[in-house]
Write a protein of this length. Sequence first.
Length: 284
Amino acid sequence: MRKNGNGKRSGSGRSIKIVLLSGVLLPLVLIFLVSSLGSQKFGTLHRLVAEVAGPVQLVFARAIDHLHAFRRDYVDLFASREENKRLWKELQECREAANKNREAMATNTRLRKLLEFKEASEQPTVAARITGKDPSLWFRSVVIDRGSSDGVAKGMPVVTGDGVVGQVFAVSPNFAKVLLAISPSSAIDVLLQKSRVRGILKGAGSLTCSLEYVLKTVDVQEGDQVVTAGYGGLFPPGMTVGVVSKVMKQRRGMFLEIEVTPAVDFLTLEDLLVIQKEIPFAEQ
C-alpha cells in the first residue's frame, strides 16, 4: 500500500512538471514559428500567442529582476558586514590607543609633580612605588618597594606632588610600610594657613581627616587651607595637607569639630617620595 501511494505521488509530480514545462515552452515555440513565417499569415495566431506568452514573459522577467535584486542585496549585505567588522576593529584600536594616551598623560602629570617637589625639596628624597595595601580600618597603610638598603628609615615622611601621604613606620632591607594620614593611628602637627592656629590632624578612618584641638573662638571657614606646622622635626613646615570641608560647633566642649579633606587622593596612590631626613629619637 505504501509503495502504491508513493508511486501515485511520483506520477502526479511528474505530470505537474510536464504541464508546467509545456506551458512555458509552447508559447516560445509558437512565437518562433510566427516570427519565421510572417505575421500576415498568422496575424490572428500571432495575437493569440502574444496574449498567452506576454504574461509568461512578464513573470519570467520579474523573476529574473528579483533574482538580480536578491543577488545585489546579498552582495551589499556581505560587504556591509565586512565593513562593519573593519570599522569595529578600528574603533576598538582607537579606544585602546586613547586609553593608553590617557594613562600616559596621567603618569606624566604624576611624575612631573614628584619631580618638581624633589627639585624644590631641601632634603634628599627617594622615589618609591606602592606594591601593597592594608585594607583594615584602624591601621591603614601601604607597602612600598624601597627599604633600608635604599636609605629609608622608620619615621621618615612620605609625600606626593599633591601633599602629605604619611610616614614610614616599619622597614625591611627592600620594603617599607607607610602609615597613611587618613589612618586613625596617624597624628600630624598642622596649621590653619590663614589664622596660623595650630591643631592636630588625625585620620577619620575613611577618606577624610579631623582637625582637633582648635578652640571655638577661632574663625574657621570651609575652604581654609591646612598645612604642616613643622614641629617635632617630622614634616617640613608649610607642606599641603588638605582643605577644611566642614566646621561644626557643639554646645559642649571647648573645641570645634573640623573635617578636613586631604589634598592627596588616597584611592589612586601609586608613586611616592620618601623624604630622607634624620628623625630625632626614631627607632631603627
